[in-house]
Design a protein around this ligand. Structure first.
Ligand SMILES: Nc1ncnc2c1ncn2[C@@H]1O[C@H](COP(=O)(O)OP(=O)(O)OP(=O)(O)O)[C@@H](O)[C@H]1O
Length: 501
């Protein structure tokens, strides 16, 4: 990847002198742009990223006013729900059309309100009332409908109701919906519908995931939905050079994670390599920080933004608890006590580092519970085997670093324990979202010590937004600006160092 032409990050202030080289390259690109002339460019320089600059082209077409007097393109995100398009007054037919359009808009608003769907963008397609519309409205292939029935899905989830019509209409998309609310199907299903038939044109879609475990899970889900078709679906570990210039459909799953400093360069190189001008790109996550919205607004063309539920909330089906454990010793005691009172497997326990995952595993492996551990220092085979054992119920309690914090769908997980306080609110939302999926009830317990107290208020805010009761002393605490909270903690291990294996 060319380091100096990050596609995703842009800056507000553009210093033509300083970036003279890039500017001249941009000008060349501008001349090549098939979509029409470029009339703006900007470079953002973000503190929290390594990428230095980005060239963004804005198509004039996007700024054209619609008949309704609204502005197409990214500026529409400042607006709210789509408004009826006012056509020239004229024939009776036109009036009737307008009335029908208004009625449809009202129906859409009602449906969105019912399911907590908030949309921004022009003329956002109507949400699905039911899966039956896939066939009546879109003539969906029968194998896809058959697979839906086989999966046992009767009603679309809110995100599926809105994402499927938007993506099928060819619009770009960025959106957020709670953990466990079916985002995978929301992007895979329209992808398969859009592709229609297999062809020999090379790679036609890319779904970018932040871990191999999530890529494996998503591939499995895709295969279930594509059963009966001849599409070739596989995991690509990006070791080989591959041609992505024909990609028609690109999904950035867990998009805010993909835009973090550690993954930005790889993400950027994939987005840039997907150079097909008619590509449909979409960003999905359960958390949508402002900087991701900025990227989406700037890079995407006439996109639709969708938020399901409250923007800063976790899934409402999770009962959230905070427990003051005092010290590291106190955490281990509290954990053993909770196992003794009621062990409700399968259960996930999150810690903040690989070392601590191993330490906790060392403490629990001789207790009478079946415990496993997973982190990024294990080989790929070991990681796969740990996941398989957990899915198969051979392991009851899985200790994990944040490598499992996002996206993973272990259907039966009833309880998540944050043994170590999460490093940010987004990480909290994703970790606890491993339970309470697909409408099931879940439980999340977060231990905290003195170190974590300044950050409690941020978690309390998430809890309040998700409908949990929070004591007033917590919400009265001062809010701390939270970057990454990863304090040095005392060792978990109770054994003297020389006794450890
Ligand atoms: N329409 C539906 N009806 C019932 N269950 C569904 C439906 N769609 C998806 N599911 C199930 O819901 C579960 C969660 O789906 P998925 O993993 O896509 O969630 P997600 O929104 O991507 O979560 P996360 O944000 O944690 O990645 C899966 O087990 C999936 O099979």
């Amino acid at each position: 990847m060319e380091k100096d032409t990050s596609f995703l990050l842009t800056g507000i202030k553009f210093n033509k002198k300083r970036f003279a080289g890039d500017f001249s390259r941009f000008k060349k690109r501008k001349q090549r742009n098939d979509d029409g002339p470029v009339d703006d460019l900007s470079y953002f320089k973000r503190e929290d990223t390594e990428a230095e600059k980005v060239v963004v082209s804005v198509n004039k077409k996007r700024k054209r006013k619609t008949k309704a007097g609204r502005v197409e393109g990214f500026s529409v995100f400042k607006g709210s729900d789509s408004v009826p398009v006012v056509t020239d007054e004229g024939s009776e037919q036109e009036e009737n059309n307008q009335k029908e359009l208004n009625r449809q808009n009202e129906r859409d608003l009602r449906l969105r309100k019912k399911y907590g769907i908030h949309v921004s963008g022009n003329n956002v397609p109507s949400p699905l009332q039911s899966f039956a519309e896939l066939s009546t409205r879109y003539g969906c292939e029968s194998y896809l409908l058959h697979n839906l029935v086989k999966l046992g899905f009767k009603e679309p989830t809110p995100i599926q109701r809105q994402a499927i019509p938007v993506l099928l209409s060819g619009r770009e998309w960025f959106g957020k919906a709670p953990t466990g609310s079916g985002k995978t199907l929301a992007f895979v299903y329209p992808m398969l519908m859009k592709l229609k038939q297999p062809s020999k044109d090379g790679i036609r879609t890319v779904i970018l995931c932040h871990t191999r475990e999530l890529a494996a899970q998503t591939t499995r889900e895709c295969k279930k939905m594509a059963k009966g078709s001849k599409f070739l679906l596989c995991i690509c570990k990006k070791k080989k050079r591959i041609d992505l210039s024909r990609v028609e459909y690109l999904v950035l799953d867990e998009s805010d994670k993909l835009f973090e400093r550690s993954l930005l360069e790889q993400t950027d190189s994939v987005v840039k390599a997907c150079s097909n001008p008619s590509i449909i790109r979409s960003l999905f996550s359960a958390t949508l920080p402002g900087f991701v919205e900025d990227v989406a607004r700037t890079v995407m063309h006439d996109a639709v933004r969708v938020i399901v539920g409250d923007k800063n909330a976790a899934s409402e089906s999770i009962k959230q608890k905070l427990i003051f454990a005092g010290s590291e010793e106190g955490k281990l005691l509290a954990l053993r006590q909770s196992f003794a009172e009621s062990l409700n497997p399968p259960m996930l326990i999150f810690v903040q580092s690989i070392e601590r995952a191993e330490e906790l595993y060392g403490e629990l492996k001789f207790d009478s519970i079946r415990v496993g551990v997973i982190h990024s220092n294990l080989s790929q085979e070991q990681r796969e085997s740990v996941i398989d054992d957990f899915r198969a119920g051979k392991t009851w309690v899985l200790i994990a670093t944040d490598v499992l914090g996002r996206g993973m769908d272990f259907k039966g997980v009833k309880c998540v324990i944050n043994y170590d306080f999460p490093d940010c609110a987004a990480s909290y939302i994703h970790r606890i979202g491993r339970s309470g999926r697909a409408g099931r009830i879940g439980e999340a317990i977060t231990f905290y010590t003195e170190h974590d107290i300044p950050y409690l208020r941020n978690i309390a805010n998430v809890m309040t937004a998700s409908g949990c009761e929070v004591p007033s002393w917590l919400t009265d605490m001062p809010k701390k600006k939270w970057k990454k909270h990863c304090p040095r903690r005392e060792s978990i291990s109770t054994k003297p160092k020389d006794e450890e294996e």
